[in-house]
Ligand binder design. Structure first.
Ligand code: 13P
Ligand code: SF4
Length: 360
């Protein structure tokens, strides 16, 4: 497929996103940790709550979600999981847009998050007013937004997609001759555009974590591990994607580790994913793709600082007092649910990403 579109010159200039330092949580002795986990388990039962965690959250949270009948998943499956639950409360360990999507799809349920300040650079880089002004200039375009956006941005869109379904949906739209305005991740947008040949305008947002992967350094690591397969999340820059053996959602990358013959894998996405990969494929060797950014600080490591805001500590606190509830303006919710539901219906119709228990 070839690139069939050029980006317009009137793209918004995005303000720099303020990146928090990576949170450092107090270290727990094993007895303390055990006690905290027991308390959380008891609270989950008392509150009739279920824990839904993303693959990038701390392994303690992922393990707890699985042990208590919750779910650990990518953002597509997280969105789908809540609706199938009897529980009255969904506790979403991830970032804000994930909690908002759960609330939009489950307005009758209480949705809590360990930290409501856990945002995402893509969401932050796509302010709703600016976005609405921009799309108003392109009334003949179908507006497709990545799930990593606010409820207000979703409410202004035709389709919501996650990385696990973006290619299929855009391919389908392109086959119908639709021109697409895509936001906010320019790297994922370019990847989808190149793979489908769709006519796309790309909003200039990016993920601060995946943006840190560096291509020259990756080439060096590849030479040191010539037998390794390279797994890349499509939020990564083009010169990283070009070196990949597999490009895909967090679920697709986990699946690659379990199904490919290779012994070694160089992984270009948030380090939190290593927990699930190693759990499902303990004999495989996982190597972090190199980041060289703002020095050897955790801001430059492949660890999302906002995902890191979730911990056993604040999970116990919010369950205790049922705080940090997500609220969505009903008028926004009414509009935002349409493009999200469209994505879920498309996934069902095309059998995309249906999760089997225990697997990615
Ligand atoms: P997935 O949908 O692939 O889990 O990605 C979500 C995300 O935020 C990746 O940075
Ligand atoms: Fe957003 Fe990037 Fe963090 Fe994913 S890893 S939540 S895209 S900032």
């Amino acid at each position: 497929m070839t690139e069939s579109s050029t980006n317009p010159t009137d793209l918004p200039i995005l303000k720099e996103v303020s990146i928090p330092p990576h949170p450092i949580w107090p270290k727990l002795e094993s007895a303390e940790k055990e006690e905290l986990i027991l308390r959380i388990k008891k609270l989950l039962k008392e509150r009739n709550a279920v824990l839904v965690a993303h693959y990038y959250t701390h392994e303690d949270l992922q393990a707890l979600a699985e042990e208590t009948g919750g779910c650990v998943a990518d953002s597509l499956e997280m969105a789908r999981f809540g609706a199938a639950q009897q529980a009255e409360t969904l506790v979403v360990a991830g970032v804000r847009f994930m909690g908002e999507t759960s609330k939009i799809l489950n307005p009758e349920k209480k949705v809590l998050m360990p930290d409501l300040g856990a945002t995402c650079s893509l969401d932050e880089g796509c302010e709703a007013g600016e976005f609405r002004d921009f799309i108003a200039k392109y009334p003949d375009h179908t507006v497709v937004v990545y799930a990593n956006t606010s409820a207000e941005v979703k409410a202004a869109s035709d389709w919501v997609v996650t990385s696990g379904i973006a290619l299929s949906i855009v391919k389908d739209l392109a086959a119908k001759g639709e021109k697409i305005l895509w936001a906010p991740d320019k790297h994922l947008g370019r990847y989808v555009q190149k793979a489908t040949g769709a006519d796309m305008i790309l909003w200039p947002g990016s993920c601060i974590v995946h943006e840190e992967f560096k291509s020259v350094a990756l080439e060096r690591v590849r030479k040191l591990h010539p037998e390794a397969a390279i797994l890349v999340h499509p939020e990564s820059p083009e010169n990283i994607i070009e070196q990949a053996d597999v490009v895909g959602s967090t679920t697709a990358l986990i699946k690659a580790v379990t199904t490919m013959e290779n012994k070694e894998f160089i992984v270009a996405t948030d380090k939190g994913i290593f927990y699930k990969m190693q759990q499902l494929a303990p004999d495989k060797i996982l190597i972090e793709a190199p980041t060289i950014g703002q020095g050897a600080t955790c801001q430059a490591c492949a660890e999302c600082p906002w995902m890191g805001m979730n911990s056993l500590h604040n999970l116990a606190e919010i369950l205790e007092d049922e705080s940090n509830e997500i609220h969505i303006d009903p008028a926004i919710r009414e509009k935002a649910v349409i493009p999200i539901q469209r994505m879920l219906d498309f996934a069902k119709e095309h059998n995309i990403g249906m999760k089997k228990k225990g697997n990615a």
